[in-house]
Design a binder for this molecule. Sequence first.
Ligand SMILES: O=C(O)CCC(=O)C(=O)O
Ligand SMILES: [Fe+2]
Length: 243
Amino acid sequence: MEEKMEFMSNDVQKPASYGTSIKDGVDKFHFWRVFFKHYAYLVVTGLIYGPTIHLIIATKLALELVGAMTESLGLGPTYLINKMEEGAQVMAVNSYPRCPSPDMALGLPPHSDYSCLTILLQSSPGLEITDPGDGKWKIVPEFQGTLQVHVGDHLEVLSNGLYRSILHRGTVNSERTRISIASLHSLGMDEKMGTAKELVDDQHAEEYKESSFRDFLNFLSNNDIGEGKSFKSTLIRDKDMRT
Ligand SMILES: O=C(O)CCC(=O)C(=O)O
Ligand SMILES: [Fe+2]
């Protein structure tokens, strides 16, 4: 506990933090979760500021996937690579203890990730996503030891909505503690992500405003996502502001 207390903070901008919920004692709703969060800034082939080898592996995987995605958008496989190599990675280790009333609680409120891409490993099922078809919550099956991937808000912005980040939440259960490790990959702290100009023309208006990772952290400091506030909704341009 002593060691945990060193990292205990409600400051979402701290490079490493331990806590429960999002901002304990500040936010209205509390969630059935303890977490450890760590920001790392990596240069894949060079110096590493931050911890161990699995972060490099996750980053390499994220870069490969992002390369394939920008290629499928017609932007080429290296479109984001330099910026992502100099970008930020957040590792969030979530633990959801056994909960006596799982129907009354959530481990994490509905949200979409701000990142370009998130790579997730879960110890047992509990992650739910909204089905774009009927809008209902669906459990994501857990295939032992397989990684899962979320498209983040920033890839939705880049692609002008061709890729969509998806609303997801963490549920809890009464049988066993569930652990998930999320590795969120994005551009650097102050690097703005906007829609690729190549994807905007007379038929396709620019639908999103640009934003940075820091903009997201400021949003998190000032808003309570447990009350349904969403970062992505702040990025959508009014119809008459679209160019
Ligand atoms: O625990 C999970 O499966 C979800 C984790 C998550 O969504 C996050 O850390 O952003
Ligand atoms: Fe998430």
